[in-house]
Design a protein around this ligand. Structure first.
Ligand code: C5P
Length: 207
C-alpha cells in the first residue's frame, strides 16, 4: 500500500504522514528532508554560476546518512534553501530515484512532499492533498519552533512561508498541484487528532 501525502509548507502533511505511517505500520519518508539536505549542503554557496552545478552534485551524492541532522534541516532558513534547489530539474531527477526506491519497499510506504501523487508515485493507492490557511500554517510552525526553545519572529516566518509558496507554485519542474485523484483535506479548522482521523477515513475509503 502506497500513500502519497502532498501539500504546501507547514500544512501539517508531515505530521499527518507520520500518523498514517504509525496507523498502517508502514515506513515513512519526509521527502522535504531530501531537498533540505541538498539546500543545507549549499548554505555557504553564493547565488552565482556555480550554484546549480553544485546543487546537482550534492543531490547525486545524497544518501540517508545526510538526513540525520534534523535540527539544522528543519530550520526556516534551510526551508528557503530547499525551495531554491528544488527548482533545478536535475536535482529533482536525482531525488526521484531515491524516493521511488523507498516507495517500492515490500508492504508499501507513506511519502509526503509536493509531487508524490503527481510525479513520484502516480499509481499510489491513496492520495491526499493537505491545505490550510497560510496564517494558520505560520502559527503552527511558530509553535513547533517555540517548543524547541527557538526564538520566533512571526512576521518573518509568515513571509518565509509566503516566499516558499510563491517559489513552489512557480516551480517549472514540480507541478505542485493536486493530482486529479487526490483527496483534498483542509486542516485549517482541525487539530492534529481530528486531521488524522479525517485522513484515515479517506485512506480507508479508498482501499
Ligand atoms: O516539505 P518541506 O517544507 O520540508 O519542503 C522544503 C522545500 O523542499 C519545499 O518548499 C519545496 O521547495 C521542496 N520540496 C519539493 N518536493 C518535495 C518536497 C519538498 O520540491 N517532494
Amino acid at each position: 500500500m502506497i500513500i502519497a501525502v502532498d501539500g504546501p509548507a507547514a500544512s501539517g502533511k508531515g505530521t499527518l504522514a507520520a500518523g498514517l505511517a504509525r496507523h498502517y505500520q508502514l515506513p515513512h519518508l519526509d521527502t522535504g528532508l531530501l531537498y533540505r539536505a541538498v539546500g543545507w549542503a549549499l548554505r555557504d554557496e553564493p547565488d552565482g554560476p556555480d550554484f546549480e552545478a553544485k546543487a546537482i552534485a550534492a543531490a547525486q551524492r545524497l544518501d540517508a546518512a545526510h538526513l540525520g541532522n534534523l535540527e539544522a534541516l528543519t530550520s526556516a532558513n534551510t526551508g528557503i534553501l530547499a525551495s531554491r534547489v528544488a527548482v533545478i530539474g536535475e536535482v529533482r531527477v536525482a531525488m526521484r530515484q531515491y524516493q521511488r526506491e523507498f516507495a517500492r519497499q515490500p508492504g508499501g510506504a507513506v511519502l509526503d512532499g509536493r509531487d508524490i501523487g503527481t510525479v513520484i508515485c502516480p499509481d499510489a493507492d491513496a492520495k491526499l492533498f493537505i491545505v490550510a490557511d497560510s496564517k494558520v500554517r505560520m502559527e503552527r510552525r511558530a509553535r513547533q519552533l517555540e517548543l524547541r526553545g527557538l526564538p520566533v519572529d512571526r512576521y518573518a516566518l509568515y513571509h518565509q512561508i509566503e516566499e516558499r509558496d510563491a517559489r513552489d507554485m512557480a516551480n517549472p519542474h514540480g507541478g505542485f498541484y493536486k493530482a486529479d485523484d487526490a483527496h483534498l483535506l483542509d486542516t485549517t479548522l482541525l487539530d492534529i487528532e481530528a486531521s488524522l482521523r479525517a485522513a484515515i477515513a479517506i485512506v480507508d475509503g479508498t482501499m
